[in-house]
Design a protein around this ligand. Sequence first.
Ligand SMILES: [Zn+2]
Length: 546
Amino acid sequence: MKLQNKSISEQIELITRSLVALESYNGTAGESRKAQYIYDIVRSFPYFQKHPDKVWMQKVPNDGIGRQNVFALLEGESAKTLLFHAHYDTVGTDDYGALQEMAHDPDFLQKFFMDYEGEDKVREDARSGNWLFGRGSLDMQSGIAVHLANLLYFSEQKEHPKGNLLFLFNGDEESEHAGIIAALSELDRLKGEGFDYLAAVNTDFISPIYDGDCKRYIYTGAAGKFLPGFYIYGREAHVGDVLTSIDPTAIASKINLEINQNLDFVEKIPGEFTLPPSCLYFKDDKTAYNVQTPLSTSIYFNYFVYEKTARDVLYVMKKAAIKAVEQLEMKSREQYENYRSYHGFPERELSWHVDVLTLREYIFWLKERGLDPDPVMEEVYRRHEGEDRRTIAYKMVEALQLLDPDRTPRVIIFLAPPFLPHNYLNEENEYGKKVKDILEGCLNQISRETGEEFVVKRFFPYLADGSFLSLHEEDEDIEVITKNLPMIDDLYPVPIETIRKLNIPSINIGVYGKDGHQWTERVYKPYTFSVLPKIIQRVTKDLLNI
Ligand SMILES: [Zn+2]
């Protein structure tokens, strides 16, 4: 790729196009090829031809498709270090339908959308010539290109930067974040060599929030998330005797109505776009047809956390479940009584009570009765290894429920993988305030020069790799996570202590465009290719002066 004698915007466009042309769908061998391609680009820069040891690959351990992280280092005059990171995987291209074959051809897509009748805005954008289409153009091959062009820019300055500029390109952002999680050990190794991390800069994409919104949102952190799961074990009955059953599908339905998209669960943080929990899975566990009511049901929710912790989340989830089972208990008793007295049946000792426990509480309950949960979970884990992690978690919890000789109807609430820590700049401490002041100073200046309007927010609203660079939880919160996520060390081995030690605030100064994860995905060239690299350059220089 010829990058010499080109403006930075030309370089970024050229790199973006070459990256878009090369597919790297999450979970495919394309991810490794993309890593190699990025490595080769860095290696071609004059500085890295002279210093080949400053760019290297790190294998993601135990990774089924052999992912690699690419690191590049521009050594500075002090131990202060800024990390620049971007993910190279993209989602697939099924959304392109009949045009799937052309998903990596920006020029074809632009021509196609110039006559596209489906959506006026897309057509106008295509005709303006200001947008680059194609899978990954926005999310986030252009973000990689911005980092690469800046790496080239900094490497060609006469003076060394005031601190280390460390670049990381990783895969698996769109699924389980294996790339960034593996990178933590490398970041930790460098910390051991004296690197002092000031902050990380991610370029993941931003979009207008509403029609006509032209503001550029800069985020000083990223939302975290949990996946609280409910295993609901009822009491089966023949359909001919249905009123004696405890129906787990009814309990799950009630829990779903109580929690799903309920704005009462939204964290109220002024100025932030915080979101309610959403149901991602809801199934009864029957495997075949018969006339018995279902015995158990599984349901889990995506639960965003901004300032809240696992403890807060489990507390409100348990409260919601208790409310659901109590209401149903009352209703079931009433219905049964009405039916019984109508037919003149004799009274019968029957309870519709359902216990609600967190996994940690239930394990404690088992141990008190001399029942050992560990070998049971290990056996399940071995039997199902390699399957979907959520399925394994449910199978483990189910096996534990079956240890109860009384088969007590019960809701067990646990945390399923993955969880993403929330990463935010703590503006209450001096360092956090300083970083924010520097960022705002840079943005004000750029705003004056270019007329761009910036808004600084705290939480990147989508999920991002930056989450894994910092952890605010205290010991007790950590314990809530480790004790309620079954066999966390095997099922979801996130190096919690390393994250805590690194504690790198991740700022997102993102590429700008529309329709990420849709076939109309496109990046806005004037801002992304010209203004954005300058912002990052300025922020870099100013942060290194801290
Ligand atoms: Zn992304």
